[in-house]
Design a protein around this ligand. Sequence first.
Ligand code: EPZ
Length: 418
Amino acid sequence: MDQFIIDGGRPLRGSVAISGSKNAALPILIATLLTDESCVVENVPVKLRDIKTTIRLLESLGKRVEVSGQTVRTWTHGSLKTQAPYELVKQMRASVLAAGPLLARFGLVRVPIPGGCAIGLRPIDIHLRGFDDLGARRIADHGDVILSAPALKPGPLKLKFPSVGATENLMMAAAALPGATTIENAAREPEIADLARFLERMGAQVRGAGSSRVSIRGSLKLSGCRHRVIPDRIEAGTFMLAAAASQGHVRLEGAEPAHLQAVIRCMRQAGAKLDPCRGGIEVSMSGRPRPVSIKTAPYPGFPTDLQAPWMAWMCLAQGKARIREEVFENRFLHAAELARMGARIGVGGHDAVTEGVEALNGAPIMASDIRAGAALLVAALAASGRTVLQRVYHIDRGYEKVEQKLRRLGASLRRVNR
Ligand code: EPZ
């Protein structure tokens, strides 16, 4: 298994290119199931493990997929299958997004119910309730859910929580239904707006994506199209925090400041300098941050996916900061690993309190999920001494060429296989 050896304490300096968004590319690639025609998706972070898993999922469902550079082309030759393999769903929960397009197109789909993961139970009841409201019948069988409907009915839907995945699943189903579907209390993340643009290019009409009320007027025949995926705001935010924690000066090429407003605001409060510049964001910081408390929330609130890297930075603050995790029930596993590096963190339920220390020290530590891994990287880059970071495969799910990018910024980091 791969691990990173990091010699910390060097300020990151220089510029780095931000990749296409993983969490936008995943549903967009899956939405290509809505047509047999050729779809060309550009700016896909193809090196990521989750993107590779998505491509395998599409192939297992009968899609042909061609990857060239950062571009993925999909088309159908023959007929599609309506059963997603457990082998892939267990590796990547987002595979459940295949349910919406397949159910709407073929009236039948069988998907394994994804289990919990390191950050929480992560049920899919909001997705399923939405399919019920569109008129699907559902049977549970041997760990799978079978959804069927001779013809789904478009109509009004109201989500009990603005779930990103449920909004995407239902938008994809609605895109294949003639008639109007509205989704109330929809997720507002930029990835939702990007999926909406893709569905529009396929021939659906989508209004209000990015607000909490999305209306979709679908079509029985969607066509192929070409689309460029938005930049990854979570990768950009992670590099912003790594730059600040290492007291460096970094330019993030291609980052979209409009997608990171809550984080930019909080980082400025903590003392970092952030300049949205042409084609990106520039970040610089010297000294320890002021403590700033945050609470995660669905977009446009502070993203849960940056809570862990934020905590890593606050471990170095000049005082106490409170971090409240409102989106997932169990997203503090990184706290114990940060403590191994000398951080002082108290955790109780949905709250963590960091009491900043002057410096963190390198130590052997272990990632438990993508963003916990990112937090440990941020901490290791800022720490004095050597860190051995294990279970790097979590980081590889969400950060493309991370060691090349960090080395370009002057970090001392290498990957070893042991
Ligand atoms: C997406 O997950 C992202 N994944 C996550 O990124 C991100 O953390 C999350 O949105 C929140 O922003 C992808 O886009 C592939 P949710 P998703 O449905 O869609 C509860 C990363 O690190 N919920 O908005 O699964 C759920 O348990 C990943 O890149 C239900 O109760 O998130 C959670 O507590 C991790 N029932 C909350 O809602 C449901 O049916 C938010 O989940 C669905 C969700």
